[in-house]
Ligand binder design. Structure first.
Ligand code: ADP
Ligand code: ZN
Length: 711
């Protein structure tokens, strides 16, 4: 086994409460512990921080983390402190005195992770300060900022090459969520890394459910969506500042806890919105795309795109803000053709030199929205990753569209286009096909063509869907420069004149999809959700008391595991992923008590929760009731209550056995257990002891003996 990885695993469990490393984390950490330089490319939520935080804990001395975002620094340090890891940050937001204190602490060896902004790192005298410390590792976070190719170039990052020059013996780990090759090469060169190992993780975010809905009636669809996500924080991205404000207002009028965020607000207003969101005081933020860059909130449960994003890169980055904690999350995109038109108009108003590329990117986005097979495959393919199977976690996988012979439909549409001399745009074409008598139709004389009204039997929405499919398949073309009129292509002629057959995709109605989502939950799920709510409320109270965001107390996935497993003692609580020693110390008992209180109430209401009945006994016992009293109140046999106590004892609860079994009795019973073996049956022991001791005493002694034996 390689050097130190065992200690690293122990630290992961002790401080972070995680059972094991994710596959790539282990390799990365092994390399770092061997003093090698490493480049890490992992998507947001992939678990980059652990890659340097765990080595920092097990290596002697301290790890310096360079991070460009001051807000993130604060979050990270809070999270580390909550896990019992001494950490601090230095940046321009602090007074000289505060900085001095932290420097002193670092010099005294009291800090394991020191976060600094690049400006601070490069400021006069800072390197000589670092040389007085024992620096074990440099971690360069958001390392893509070093590359002029990237989307977030920061000139000061290029000076980070000084690290290797000044500290040639200290390993450097560079981390980023940007995957492209040029950036990766730049990072290695600029930081002058020595033959670094490069780790590229999959950029898939399997916990995010991908959904696209038609843009009609967005507001109703949103409230419908939200009604099934009670209490869950999320972001709605809008195209304009005004839209964020009006949507937030409308949501508030409808009783939702929503606010807005955009670049036109004052810095103070923005940080207030952000802070309330971080703390779950506000659950919904309607925002322009600027929102989310500098925040590390791990429990964003959903992201809605009110409008179609300009490109797939932006879309992916924005939905990536959901579910960083790995728990189930949703991304819902509204798609309407009108959005595409708007974006195209916006693009053509912009810088002409970039136009062609931007238009191509928009088309790819549109193709994603109109996909007829697994959306995740399309996304990953876009980023150069192949997926060998459908994902099972997108609307298409869940609800595969059925195909049918659409030749007749296609012929009607194409014929109407031909007969109107290719002068119709999409909505006018639908009007003509459906036999509308609106002024445009009448003015153009389109009511006189042969196919007028030939498609009455098909609804407007469906006509739009079919026409988009035809567009994507190249059966018609859109003349962007001629008022978006539809033109025939070589392929249309094959359909019209050569009898070519066409398949179209029939989607289930959005309404039906919603209904599918509303199927009744099993009782077990309902109870789990109710407990989760209770735990979330407790988390919020504790977080407010300590003035930290709720996810710093525990992540959503940790709370979900608690709600499912219902850990009601120390051992079970420590087995929950995300509960480390420090967090157990600080919060463990509050959560255990909440779980027990919940189970007691449920039991009183008559819900039979598996494994909970003995906890109800425990609750009553702790209130000072005797086993006999408990039995009477719960309408159970006292023997049952004693057996609960024995179970509790075996689970590590502090049951005072000697209140029920005298020392002398206990010794006699133990002797019998040792003679017959610890797996002996109660009945055999009872008989072996010549029926002198009651069953419950033997049961309790057995449990006690088992516990001592186990320790
Ligand atoms: P990134 O910095 O790559 O966006 P984080 O380091 O914030 O990702 O990790 C994302 C989430 O995954 C966090 O909630 C983190 O605690 C959790 N996590 C990281 N490593 C593990 C692990 N080995 N086991 C379980 N959860 C993990
Ligand atoms: Zn899929």
């Amino acid at each position: 086994m390689s050097l130190g990885i065992r200690e690293a695993r122990e630290a992961l469990k002790l401080y972070f409460g995680y059972e094991q490393f994710r596959p790539m984390q282990e390799h990365i950490i092994t390399n770092i512990l061997q003093q090698k330089d490493v480049v890490v490319l992992m998507p947001t939520g992939g678990g980059k921080s652990v890659c340097y935080q765990v080595p920092a804990v097990v290596m002697p001395g301290l790890c310096v983390v360079v991070s460009p975002l001051i807000a993130l620094m604060k979050d990270q340090v809070e999270a580390l402190l909550a896990n019992g890891i001494p950490a601090a940050y230095l940046n321009s937001s602090q007074t000289a005195d505060e900085q001095y204190q932290i420097e002193e602490k670092s010099l005294a060896g009291q800090i394991k992770l020191l976060y600094v902004s690049p400006e601070k790192l490069l400021s006069a005298g800072f390197f000589s300060f670092l040389k007085r410390l024992q620096v074990s590792l440099f971690a360069v976070d958001e390392a893509h900022c070093i590359s002029a190719w990237g989307h977030d170039f920061r000139p000061e990052y290029t000076q980070l090459r000084a690290l290797k020059q000044q500290f040639p013996a200290v390993p450097v780990v560079a981390l980023t969520a940007t995957a492209d090759k040029l950036t990766q090469k730049d990072i290695q060169e600029q930081l002058q890394l020595r033959q670094p190992e490069v780790f590229v993780a999959s950029f898939d975010r399997p916990n995010i459910n991908l959904m696209v809905l038609p843009g009609q009636n967005r507001f109703n669809k949103i409230t419908d969506f939200l009604s099934r996500r009670h209490g869950q924080p999320g972001i709605i991205y809008c195209l304009s500042r005004k839209a964020t404000e009006s949507l937030a207002g409308k949501l508030r009028e409808n009783g939702y806890n929503a606010t807005f965020y955009h670049a036109g607000m004052s810095a103070q207003q923005r940080s207030k919105a952000q802070e309330s969101f971080l703390r779950d005081d506000v659950l919904i933020v309607c925002a322009t795309i600027a929102f989310g860059m500098g925040i590390d909130k791990s429990n964003v449960r959903w992201v809605i795109h009110y409008n179609l994003p300009k490109n797939v890169e932006g879309y992916y980055q924005e939905i990536g803000r959901a579910g960083r904690d790995g728990a189930k999350s949703d991304a819902l995109l509204f798609y309407s053709f009108a959005d595409v038109m708007n974006l195209r108009t916006m693009l053509s108003d912009n810088d002409k030199s970039q136009n062609e590329l931007q238009l191509v990117k928009l088309e790819r986005m549109q193709q994603f929205a109109e996909a007829t097979f697994c959306r995740r495959r399309i996304l990953l393919q876009y980023f150069g990753e192949q997926m060998s199977r459908d994902c099972g976690n997108c609307d298409i996988c869940r609800n595969p569209p059925s195909r049918f012979d659409g030749t007749l439909i296609a012929q009607k549409a194409l014929s109407a286009i031909a007969r109107s001399q290719e002068r119709l745009n999409m909505s006018l074409l639908v009007d003509v096909l459906r036999g509308s008598r609106n002024s445009q139709v009448m003015a153009g004389g389109y009511d006189r063509i042969k196919t007028y009204g030939a498609g009455r039997d098909i609804g407007t929405l469906d006509w739009n869907r079919y026409l988009h499919q035809m567009l994507n398949a190249g059966l018609v073309e859109l003349a962007y420069d001629q008022n978006y009129t539809l033109k025939l292509t070589e392929q249309s002629r094959q359909v019209l004149f050569d009898g070519r057959k066409i398949e179209l995709v029939k989607f289930e109605d959005a309404k039906q999809q919603t209904e599918n989502l509303q199927r009744e939950k099993p009782k077990r799920e309902i109870i789990k959700d109710a407990l989760f709510e209770r735990l979330r409320a407790l988390r919020k109270r504790l977080a407010d008391e300590q003035n930290v965001p709720p996810y710093v107390v525990f992540t959503d996935s940790t709370l979900q595991e608690m709600a499912a497993e219902k850990p009601a003692n120390r051992i079970a609580m420590l087995a929950i992923s995300g509960v480390g020693a420090q967090k157990f110390e600080r919060y463990g008992h509050s959560f255990i008590n909440e779980i027990i209180a919940f189970l007691t109430e449920e039991q009183a209401k008559g819900s039979a929760i598996k494994g909970a009945t003995h906890l109800v006994t425990w609750e009553a016992y702790q209130q000072g009731l005797s086993p006999e009293e408990i039995a009477r109140r719960r309408n159970l046999n006292p023997v049952t209550i004693y057996s609960h106590l024995a179970t509790l004892l075996e689970q590590g609860y502090d049951v005072p056995v000697h209140d029920f079994v005298s020392k002398r009795e206990y010794e006699a019973i133990i002797e019998a257990i040792e003679q017959l073996g610890k797996d002996a049956k109660l009945k055999d022991l009872y008989e072996h002891l010549e029926e002198r001791y009651e069953y419950f005493k033997i049961r309790l002694s057995l449990a006690m003996h088992k516990m001592q034996y186990a320790w």
